[in-house]
Design a protein around this ligand. Structure first.
Ligand code: IVH
Length: 714
């Protein structure tokens, strides 16, 4: 996938263009999103996005972390393998973690994988290096613990560290032996894949349909849903199978190579995959890959690639692991499946952040067993590059659960009269201009065209309104995302000004807010009160609340400081529409304001809808002119102070932050140079020291009185 796949979800920016603030927001957003998808996938067995979309979220997360290592979060998805185990099953800690495999997508990458292994082991190109190749089963990993040769515990992979105890369910799977024939007497964990055959999957889905139950999306989900049943009787009725291919904790191994251990599994009574091959060179490995791929369609169960493993277990040990996967193994994924069909139309969808995305509407076609009628075209340049036109025969590709892609068109089958696609320059939802930003330095156009009707575009309105009332903007309590979405849906709030006329309109409304679900008279009154309290707003907050692209809190403050009144700021941004104008030059000469801000601001106010929405808002609220922070003439500026004892009106941190904001220096220890010690209750040694040195001691209230002589509101 190309670069454009890695645009930030929140900022819509390429990773290289993100500010630290934006990157932190992206990472927070990604941690929550990926966690949500993990839950859907691992806990409910109902993935809510395609594997490709999921992978690109993870890649975006990794790319941002690579650029801003300091921002990596403790709950970063990069440190997690899957979802935490579901609450309904008891947990099992894996004594040896269950990790995942790195992916290989081409023969070239397969050769590089082998070269890397050789380099790591300092093996020459000629030295023997035996590898195994075997199908990568598309099911779910399971760890089976045997004690004294008897089946003891079955655990799912979970997050790789801790899985779910599904022992009673595993007991019902015929391929899982209860006792190991001639197997080890010590503890031994056999690992492998639970899966369902195509035939069993179809039969199960027919049964589900007959019983009025939901059909499973694919055999893997069916297998997962069947194994993770709280009632083992249901699992027993589902035809699950198991292939053994690896191990966890083992007191002693039954062989010195991967191949021999797996042969031992077979002798113990497990099913092992008959297509496992021993290979002595890259060519042999790739031949095995092709052999397995050739059989894919007739195997009767899903495989999604070929797993390569170093055969010699001592070498495996030397190679070890890198973060989530072993260095000694990798999964060579199969190429996507393709088909050709007719492109009937190109629809333009508008996302929450205003991005216009083209979607191909196709004559339905089966690609790798799945009927496809929509495919992504990514963006405008992609359509132009591939020159796909409505009416064309196009090649469609699907890989796993990925959203299908259009690879290109068939020139020989182009109908006469097919015309190049005109990407709209107006938002199809609200009619505002849709523009592509130019990169301020390189002048390169952004791949994404965006709607500029932020405040009025229904596709973006909920997101904008949510931003408008958020904590650092208008900060209206009681108006959360849910309420905003509901009010928008009902038509009560469409633009920011509507928030401030809500109470008035409610009086004359037939359907009163207090009679609605979830609203009592008290909560409705509280909301109206919270809204009233925000009719006066500081200039930086107001500018920030408008949600203009590239105008975050810091920039909003800078604009406020520079222009002092909203009217002046708006006039400057409007006048900046012409890059040759004086207004534009003045704007970008402000330290911290660049061309991106100037352009975004100018575009925002060039839009009549936006000017009108702002004008209507200004009829409802009063924007305070900007008052310069007066920290420098604060009564406490320059003083050296020490806080000690328990403060009553604020926490120690707050007190410190406030003092520093006012220009005071807060020290941790009392010395002769200390001007004041502010002593709360139970002050101890510092108070004594102050007294002995003759440093002035203030109570908390005395200190506050001293600070109150200044105002530092934004
Ligand atoms: S070996 C240390 N062999 O693929 C790695 N895994 O993406 C041990 N899988 O979690 C895994 N077929 O659930 C291995 N023949 C095979 C496999 C296989 C499917 C799954 C397994 C693993 C995932 C890794």
């Amino acid at each position: 996938m190309g670069e454009e796949a890695l645009l930030g979800v929140v900022s819509g920016k390429a990773v290289a263009a993100m500010t630290e603030e934006e990157a932190a927001l992206e990472l927070a957003h990604l941690a929550a999103e990926i966690e949500r998808h993990d839950r859907a996938y691992f806990e409910r067995d109902e993935p809510d996005i395609s594997d490709a979309e999921y992978d690109s979220l993870r890649r975006l997360n990794a790319a941002i972390e690579a650029r801003f290592p300091a921002l990596a979060r403790a709950d970063s998805p990069s440190t997690r393998v899957g979802a935490a185990p579901s609450q309904k099953f008891a947990k099992v800690a894996h004594r040896v973690p269950m990790l995942s495999l790195g992916n290989i997508f081409s023969e070239e990458e397969a050769r590089e994988f082998l070269d890397r292994i050789r380099r790591f082991l300092k093996l020459s190109a000629e030295a023997a290096l035996e590898m195994t190749a075997e199908p990568k089963i598309d099911g779910l990993g399971l760890s089976l613990r045997y004690e004294a040769g008897r089946f003891a515990v079955a655990a799912t992979r979970g997050d790789g560290v801790e899985g779910e105890n599904v022992t009673p369910n595993a007991l019902t799977v015929a391929d899982i032996p209860q006792r190991l024939k001639g197997g080890p007497r010590g503890a031994f964990e056999v690992r492998g894949e639970v899966y369902m055959t195509h035939a069993d999957f179809s039969a199960l889905n027919e049964q589900q349909a007959a019983a009025g139950e939901r059909a499973f999306a694919n055999p893997r989900n069916a297998a997962a849903g069947s194994l993770r049943q709280l009632n083992p009787a249901i699992t027993a009725s589902r035809p699950l199978r198991f292939f053994a291919y690896s191990w966890g904790e083992a007191e002693a191994l039954p062989g010195a190579t991967q191949f021999d251990v797996v042969q031992a599994f077979k002798a113990w009574g497990f099913q092992v995959n008959p297509l496992m091959r021993l290979c002595r060179s890259a060519d042999e490995l790739l031949a095995a890959y092709r052999e397995i791929e050739a059989q894919r369609a007739t195997l009767g169960y899903d495989i999604d690639g070929v797993v390569y493993k170093v055969n010699d277990l001592r070498l495996q040990e030397r190679l070890g692991f890198v973060s989530r996967s072993p260095r000694w193994a990798a999964a060579h994924k199969f190429a996507a499946e393709q088909a050709t069909t007719i492109l009937k139309a190109i629809d333009i969808q508008v996302g929450r952040t205003g991005a216009l995305t083209p979607v191909a509407k196709l004559e339905p076609v089966t690609v790798g067993g799945v009927v496809v009628q929509n495919a992504t075209l990514h963006n405008e340049d992609e359509i132009a590059r591939k020159d796909v036109r409505v009416g064309d025969w196009v090649r469609v590709q699907r890989a796993g659960d990925v959203i299908p892609q259009i690879l290109g068109h068939l020139p020989e089958r182009r109908p006469s009269g097919a015309v190049p696609f005109q990407f709209p320059t107006e938002c199809p939802v609200c009619g505002s201009a849709a523009v592509r930003e130019a990169h301020p330095k390189t002048g390169k156009l952004d791949a994404v065209r965006r709607c500029t009707g932020g405040l009025i575009c229904p596709a973006q309105a909920v997101e904008r309104l949510r931003h408008f009332v958020s904590r650092n903007a208008f900060d209206i309590e009681g108006l959360g995302e849910k309420q905003i979405a509901a009010f928008f849906e009902e038509g009560r709030i469409r633009t920011p000004a509507d928030i401030f006329t809500l109470a008035e309109r409610d009086k004359t409304s037939l359907k009163k807010l207090k009679d609605k679900d979830g609203w009592g008279a008290r909560s409705a009154a509280n909301l109206f009160k919270a809204i009233e309290e925000r009719r006066n707003i500081s200039l930086p907050r107001f500018i920030y609340a408008l949600g203009v692209r590239h105008i975050g809190e810091t920039t909003a403050k800078l604009l406020a400081k520079t222009f002092r009144t909203f009217a002046a700021a708006q006039a400057a941004l409007e006048a900046a529409a012409d890059p040759d104008s004086e207004a534009y030059q003045h704007l970008i000469s402000v330290d911290g304001i660049g061309e991106a801000v100037a352009q975004a601001g100018a575009q925002f106010f060039a839009e009549g809808h936006n000017r009108e929405a702002v004008a209507r808002l200004l009829e409802q609220v009063r924007v305070e002119d900007y008052a310069e922070e007066r920290a420098r003439d604060s009564a406490v500026a320059g003083l050296r102070v020490v806080f000690t004892g328990a403060l009553e009106r604020m926490t120690r941190d707050e007190a410190k932050a406030m003092a520093e904001r006012l220009g005071a220096h807060v020290a941790g220890a009392v010395s002769k140079t200390t001007d004041y010690v502010i002593a709360g209750a139970d002050a101890g040694s510092k108070l004594k020291k102050a007294q002995s040195l003759g440093v002035k001691v203030l109570t908390e209230d005395e200190w506050l009185a001293m600070t109150r002589t200044v105002s530092v509101e934004d």
